[in-house]
Write a protein that binds this ligand. Structure first.
Ligand code: HPA
Length: 277
């Protein structure tokens, strides 16, 4: 695994025109609009990087863009793989290990999620304050990484300084942003209303099928992590209507401009906030 990561890092580095990337943003379903805010200096398809999983899910492109946003060297990952596609946790974690070895210091994860908290409306955003891993698997299982602790502390997965920057960015671009707890499920089916009731009792505000494995591995690699959910639908049983993937994608697409505004304003604030870097 470590050799494959090193190979992929070398392939990535060869394709980067300059500078070490500092920040990477993983774009979930339909959030690729932020591409237009990046001065693209390199485009690398995931197939060109050994070991990089390529998502089969509609709405997930498979490419990496490098460029500058507000002067910060940024990598955008357009598309991600999911546990429900049948990949292993280490496949899902692979790109994060590559990014970390390529030198990034900060990782921003985005996703689509179902709103559990009754105050949440479709089209709102949520900055993760914490998560509940309900996927039934942990990406660190069976992975021995030199110099990494065997039992990783997860008492502060999401960096408070980055959360503050996301909140400040949301205020300045006038986006309704909550702070809350994300529960990750393996999918691919959506949840039952009974499950959502349980998750609400456990303290979850939103539910989704990604982000948590990447966040855990990023912490193992020592990266600072922030994660933002777009509430694309109300969770099962929170509304009379049924949930379908096409609607989740359509809502994600509709929220794309807001997500792009939020992310580019975040990077702008990040570029000025020396203590967050
Ligand atoms: N449940 C799980 N994952 C999701 C949902 C949901 O309601 N919406 C978007 N991703």
């Amino acid at each position: 695994m470590n050799e494959l990561v090193a190979k992929s890092v070398a392939q990535l580095r060869r394709r980067l025109p300059e500078a070490t990337p500092e920040l990477a943003i993983v774009l979930g379903s339909g959030h690729s609009g932020v591409q237009s805010r990046l001065k693209v200096a390199a485009e690398i398809r995931y197939e060109k990087l050994r070991g990089f999983p390529v998502s089969q899910v509609q709405g997930h492109a498979g490419k990496l863009l490098f460029g500058r946003m507000s002067g910060v060297p940024v990598l955008l990952l357009c598309g991600r793989s999911h546990f429900y596609e049948g990949l292993s946790m280490s496949d899902i974690a692979f790109p994060i290990r590559v990014l970390a070895q390529a030198g990034i210091r900060t990782l921003v994860l985005t996703n689509a999620a179902g709103g559990i908290n009754p105050r949440f409306r479709v089209g709102d955003f949520m900055c993760l304050s914490d998560h509940i891993n309900f996927m039934g698997a942990n990406p660190l299982r069976g992975e021995s990484v030199p110099h990494a602790p065997s039992f990783l502390d997860l008492s502060q997965v999401y960096d408070p300084r980055l959360i503050r920057l996301v909140q400040a960015a949301a205020r300045s671009v006038r986006i309704r942003l909550h702070r809350g707890i994300y529960v990750a499920v393996s999918g691919p089916s959506y949840e039952t209303p009974a499950e959502i009731k349980v998750f609400a009792r456990l303290g979850a505000d939103a539910v989704g099928m990604s982000t948590v494995p990447e966040a855990i591995v990023a912490r193992e690699c020592g990266l600072r992590v922030a994660a933002i959910s777009c509430i694309t639908n109300l969770a099962a049983g929170r509304t009379r209507s049924r949930i379908n993937h096409a609607e989740v994608l359509a809502m994600g697409a509709k929220a794309q401009t807001q997500m792009s505004d939020l992310l580019s304003q975040f990077v702008e604030l990040y570029s000025r906030a020396a203590e967050a870097r």
